[in-house]
Design a protein around this ligand. Structure first.
Ligand SMILES: [Zn+2]
Length: 399
C-alpha cells in the first residue's frame, strides 16, 4: 500500500507530495541536486495542522517516497519505502523531543550528519517532529543548514502552525508549507476500519469523539482506560454544583493527567536510570569508585532532568486532550441549542448536552466554551495548570 495511504482526508497535500517525490526521483536519475528539477521538489518543508491531522505521518511519507526505489512513487513495498517508514533507513533521521524542547547539541550533531552524502545514493532526510519545540539556539543551528543545504539533503519540519510562536519567521521563509486540515470523522473512521480492523460502529463513534485526531480515535477504540478517562472528563459539567465541587473537579482533572503521564513513562524512567548506573559502574567499592561516583552524580542528575521534562510534557498533553474533550461537550450544547445542522462530537453524552441546551442561554454556553479555550491558552503561556484549571471550573459553573 502507498506510503501516503495513512494521510487521512488530505488529498491536496498528498498530490503536492507525490509531485515532489516524482521530481526528486528525476533529480536522482539525472544526478543533480534539488535546486535543479521543475520546482516541485525543494530542500525544506513545513507540515502544519491541528494535533492528530497527520503532520508527522506526512513527513514520514515524503521521507519514504524520497527513498522509494520505484521512481519515487512511494510504493510502500520496496526496501527503501519499508526501511524509511520503519525508521531503520540509514539516510532518514528523526528528531523527537523527549522533553519540552529540542536542544542545540542534538541539532548540531544532526545537521553535521545530514551534511554527508546519502549512503543509499538518493536523499538524506531529516524529520523534525515538534519543530515548535526547538530552542532558539537549536533553531539557529537548523537555519544555517537550511540556508546552505547540501545538494541532496531534505529537512521535514512538523509544527502546529506557521505562527512565529511555533516556528521562527526566518526558518518559515526558507520552507515550503504543506497545510493539513482536521480530517472529517468519516475519513478517520474509514482508516480505523481498513488499517486497524476496528468494527465500523466503534470506529464511527471513536472518530467523532476524537474530533479528527486519528491516533486518539484509535486509542479510544482500543483502550478501555482511555475511554474511562474520557468519560470522567465528560462527567465534569454535571458535577459543578458549588465552589467546592469546582475545586474538586480541578484536582481530579490534574491528578488524572499526572497519573496518565506517570504510567506512560515510569517503566522507561527506571530502565534508563538502571542502565546509566550500570554504565557508570554504580556500586563499585574499589579505589577511585568514590571519585567516579561524584562525576556520575552529574550525569544522573542530567538524566533526571530530562525525565522530569518529558513527564511534564506528557502531563500537559494529557491535560490538553481532556480540555479538548470538554470543549467538545460545550460545543455540542451550543450546536444543539442553536439547532445547527451539524453532528455532535460526543454522541454518548448527547442527552446531557441536549438537557444543558434547554437550561443555558447560548451566550452562557459560549462563555463556558470560551473558558475552556482560555484555560488551554493560559497553560500554553505557562500559567500553572492547577491555577488555570481552577479558574476554568469556576467559570464553567457560573456560566
Ligand atoms: Zn517504494
Amino acid at each position: 500500500m502507498s506510503v501516503f495511504a495513512d494521510l487521512v482526508g488530505q488529498d491536496e497535500a498528498v498530490e503536492t507530495l507525490r509531485r515532489a517525490a516524482a521530481a526528486a526521483a528525476r533529480i536522482v536519475a539525472g544526478g543533480v541536486g534539488a535546486g535543479a528539477g521543475n520546482g516541485a521538489m525543494t530542500h525544506a518543508w513545513i507540515f502544519t495542522g491541528p494535533p492528530g491531522s497527520g503532520r508527522s505521518v506526512a513527513a514520514r511519507a515524503l521521507a519514504a517516497a524520497l527513498q522509494c526505489e520505484r521512481d519515487g512513487v512511494g510504493c510502500g513495498e520496496c526496501h527503501g519505502c519499508h526501511t524509511a517508514l520503519g525508521a531503520t533507513h540509514a539516510d532518514v533521521r528523526f528528531v523527537v523531543p523527549e522533553g519540552l524542547s529540542i536542544g542545540v547539541n542534538e541539532m548540531r550533531a544532526l545537521v553535521l550528519r545530514a551534511g554527508t552524502a546519502p549512503s543509499g545514493g538518493r536523499w538524506q532526510a531529516v524529520v523534525i517532529e515538534d519543530a515548535d519545540r526547538l530552542t532558539e539556539a537549536a533553531g539557529n543551528a537548523l537555519l544555517k543548514a537550511i540556508e546552505e543545504p547540501p545538494p541532496r539533503t531534505v529537512f521535514l519540519l512538523c509544527t502546529p502552525s506557521t505562527h512565529p510562536d511555533d516556528i521562527s519567521v526566518t526558518i518559515r521563509s526558507r520552507c515550503r508549507v504543506v497545510p493539513l486540515r482536521q480530517p472529517p470523522a468519516e475519513a478517520v473512521a474509514e482508516v480505523l476500519v481498513r488499517r486497524d480492523g476496528i468494527a465500523p460502529d466503534v470506529a464511527a463513534w471513536a472518530a467523532a469523539a476524537a474530533q479528527g485526531h486519528v491516533g486518539r480515535a484509535k486509542r479510544l477504540a482500543n483502550d478501555p482506560e482511555a475511554r474511562g478517562r474520557r468519560e470522567a472528563v465528560l462527567a465534569v459539567p454535571r458535577r459543578l454544583s458549588s465552589v467546592g465541587a469546582c475545586f474538586d473537579a480541578a484536582s481530579a482533572l490534574i491528578e488524572a493527567a499526572e497519573a496518565e503521564a506517570a504510567t506512560a513513562f515510569a517503566e522507561n524512567d527506571t530502565t534508563e536510570r538502571a542502565a546509566l548506573e550500570q554504565a557508570l559502574g554504580a556500586g563499585g567499592t574499589g579505589r577511585g569508585a568514590a571519585g567516579a561516583m561524584r562525576g556520575a552524580a552529574g550525569q544522573i542528575k542530567e538524566l533526571e532532568k530530562r525525565q522530569k521534562s518529558r513527564t511534564t510534557r506528557s502531563q500537559r498533553d494529557a491535560l490538553d486532550r481532556a480540555l479538548v474533550d470538554l470543549a467538545g461537550f460545550y460545543r455540542d450544547v451550543l450546536v444543539t441549542g442553536l439547532k445547527a445542522p451539524v453532528e455532535v462530537v460526543h454522541t454518548d453524552t448527547a442527552e446531557q448536552s441536549a438537557a444543558a441546551a434547554g437550561k443555558w442561554t447560548p451566550e452562557s454556553t459560549l462563555r463556558r466554551l470560551e473558558a475552556v479555550v482560555a484555560c488551554r491558552d493560559a497553560i500554553e503561556q505557562n500559567v500553572k495548570p492547577r491555577i488555570a484549571v481552577e479558574a476554568m471550573m469556576l467559570n464553567l459553573w457560573r456560566g
